[in-house]
Design a protein around this ligand. Structure first.
Ligand code: ZN
Length: 691
């Protein structure tokens, strides 16, 4: 699982001496940032070499994600890059400028749909202009032999192969959503992501997998994780597996090549085995092998340099089975890791003292390791938009029997915070000066800590009752899981245990986190959503669910899972939305009561997860997590617009350059930060094109 940052760090005074440029260009709804790889120069040459090879293995997976996100994406990217680099007409014309923005968005999302909202981009240039431009350039596609890229037979003679790409880009009826989660729709047929061959229905796909589900196996593989579901010549469904010699072979061969280079430089013998097993997995596509790799990987807590490289998260599949490719190379931030070590050493205490029903608690919390890391490269589904924390592996039985490895990415959080200084958000949305001061004082600290608890303890806590199918919450599973981890964090933020452990300075600090969480879930996260749309993304749904449930609870509504013995005082609610001069604010009147409510919801969410209560999950999500009051939405958007900020952020990677001796050994690795966004994307398309 990944955790995405709450989008606004707290406001604080910028440190003057830091000359590193954290912000870069802005386009559409995007602000590009840069992160600094603190401490790279202090690593040994051996470790730098390892990072160099692993970042090559990371960058070679880029095309996989583009193709997973939609079967025309690679062709569209190539076509537009050709126009962008070779166009000889007026580059200042409105059409060209609009095409440039569109291409930057395609790069950012690894495809033609929004990376967060999933809706298809609307080109602001004309189809006629693009067609004329392509014709006058004599643009011809070199179609590779991948059948999944080609959708039609022979064309009439004045029609170009790329005409169908224009149709895809400009159509207002086809491929409108990358991942469609709307209840009642056929989620597979109506999602444009490329995990199922066109024409395969949700019912067919679900039947295919439910027939294959090993009901008795206590250690089931994550079925469907690394394949595209296709129809064979007999009309029967079968999986086309991502592996060397299978689907995405060309990209995977490059990745394997660089992993083999990295292998002798592994930090520890354990890590050497991790890399070997991963190569084996890419070569065979065998999910048993993937589980073995995952276990080796989570047990490797000694290596200073670490990485994720593989088919990992399933947010892009409407059925939540198939994983998008991602990579992250990183190394340990030793000082900050002390913080998370304290949490994981006390994991059992947190488990025992949570407000969850004893039946759903783990008797023995083990294997939770946690560390703060410095990201060295982001790739695939972690680039440019990225997570600030990771908890892997995702396999339920591996987590149950072996635990998981949790990281928070310190240098990315730091970059977000540095970039948000003086953004004006707090001034506009926080209710009063004392609350702003509280946030300025404790916001960064508690935000980091909440992320740590979410990842180290939250996802790892609790257990399923025997016989509960881990997939029983289906499309709502991800939202419920994120809510569970968030609530675990929120509940403990206010606990004296954290003061005792030296993680928070006092019992005031958590209020900064509670206020910003409620404000974000009720108000400010709406800036990421277009008027008329609903909340779709799992982390956003989770935040809305938590904040709105707590608000309803505080205002005396008979919400699902509340403790009727504890009546809320609706005349003096613990938290409320108030109006001032036409502006809506969150007002918190009783922070400690807020904590009690969060504890109630945590207990209910854990019950839903442990029992696999689909109806209750659905009820919660549909009541609190999806719909938006259009009037409130309009107000928030208008207030936000006046600040001229971008709701989404992403990172330009640093660039690594190595020098070699006559035997091909790396003699030095240099990191630089001056590459532009378009420059980087074009370099990746040129140097790492595989599909
Ligand atoms: Zn999470």
């Amino acid at each position: 699982m990944t955790i995405l940052g709450s989008m606004f760090g707290a406001t604080q005074t910028a440190t003057a001496a830091d000359e590193f440029k954290y912000t870069d260009e802005q386009f559409a709804d995007i602000q590009m940032l840069r992160y600094k790889v603190h401490g790279f120069d202090q690593l040994s040459l051996r470790q730098q070499t390892l990072i160099y090879y692993l970042q090559e293995a990371a960058l070679w997976g880029r095309d996989i994600l583009f193709d997973q996100n939609g079967r025309y994406n690679l062709r569209i990217r190539h076509m537009l890059e050709t126009v962008y680099t070779q166009y000889e007409g007026d580059r200042t014309s409105a059409d060209f400028k609009a095409m440039e923005v569109y291409l930057k968005r395609v790069w950012f999302s690894s495809g033609i749909h929004h990376h967060y909202g999933c809706e298809k981009f609307e080109p602001a240039f004309s189809r006629q202009w693009l067609r004329q431009t392509l014709l006058s350039m004599g643009y011809k596609e070199e179609l590779s032999g991948h059948p999944q890229h080609i959708s039609r037979g022979p064309r009439s003679h004045n029609e170009q192969s790329w005409d169908e790409l224009l149709e895809v880009m400009f159509s207002t009826t086809d491929m409108m959503m990358r991942v469609n989660q709307r209840d009642g729709d056929d989620l597979v047929l109506t999602s444009a992501s490329n995990y199922y061959e066109p024409g395969i229905t949700q019912k067919e796909a679900e039947e295919f997998y439910s027939q294959r589900k090993p009901t008795q196996d206590p250690r089931p593989v994550m079925m469907g994780l690394n394949s595209r579901l296709e129809r064979n010549e007999w009309g029967l469904l079968e999986e086309n597996t991502y592996r060397v010699g299978g689907l995405y072979s060309e990209a995977l061969e490059h990745i394997v090549y660089w992993l083999q280079k990295a292998q002798p430089y592994a930090d520890t013998p354990q890590q050497e085995r991790v890399i070997r097993e991963l190569i084996q997995f890419y070569q065979t596509g065998d999910l048993r092998c993937f589980d073995r790799y995952s276990i080796l990987w989570l047990k490797d807590t000694e290596s200073l340099v670490d990485f994720v490289n593989g088919f990992t998260e399933t947010y892009g599949d409407p059925l939540g089975m198939k994983a998008s490719w991602e990579s992250l190379v990183n190394f340990k931030d030793l000082a900050a890791t002390e913080r998370t070590t304290k949490l994981s050493e006390n994991a059992q205490w947190f488990e025992d003292n949570s407000p969850v029903d004893a039946r759903f608690k783990k008797e023995e919390c083990r294997g939770i390791s946690a560390k703060v890391i410095t990201a060295a490269i982001l790739a695939g589904d972690l680039y440019p938009s990225t997570a600030i924390g990771i908890n892997l592996p995702n396999s339920d039985w591996v987590r149950r029997d072996f635990g998981s490895k949790s990281v928070t990415i310190g240098n990315l959080t730091d970059a977000y915070n540095k970039a948000s200084h003086g953004s004006g958000m707090d001034k506009e949305f926080v209710i009063d000066e004392p609350t702003r001061k509280l946030i300025a004082q404790y916001g960064d600290l508690t935000d980091d800590l909440h992320t740590d608890i979410h990842e180290c303890l939250g996802h790892g806590s609790g257990k399923l009752l025997p016989g509960t199918d881990p997939d029983s919450l289906k499309a709502h599973g991800a939202t419920i899981e994120e809510a569970r981890a968030d609530l675990f964090g929120l509940y403990y933020m206010a606990d004296p245990k954290l003061v005792e452990l030296g993680l928070t300075p006092n019992l005031e600090a958590y209020k900064a986190q509670y206020y910003t969480y409620m404000q974000n879930g009720l108000l400010t996260q709406l800036v990421r959503i277009k008027p008329g749309s609903t909340i779709e993304e799992a982390h956003m749904r989770n935040r809305a669910l938590v904040a709105r449930w707590v608000l309803a609870r505080a205002n005396g509504e008979a919400v699902q899972g509340y403790n009727p013995a504890l009546k809320a005082d609706r005349h003096h609610p613990a938290v409320e939305l108030i109006q001032r001069k036409g502006k809506t604010y969150v007002r918190v009147n009783d922070y400690s009561l807020l904590r009690t409510y969060m504890g109630e919801l945590l207990a209910e969410i854990q019950r839903i997860k442990s029992e696999g209560d689909y109806q209750a999950a659905r009820q919660l999500v549909e009541t609190y997590a999806v719909q938006i009051d259009p009037k409130l939405h309009q107000e928030i958007l208008a207030r936000y617009e006046r600040l001229h900020l971008s709701p989404y952020k992403g990172f330009i990677n640093p660039r690594y350059e190595a020098t070699f001796d006559s035997e091909g050994r790396v003699t030095s690795v240099r990191v630089s930060y001056d590459e532009g966004y378009a420059e980087q994307m074009l370099r990746y398309s040129r140097d790492y094109r595989s599909l």
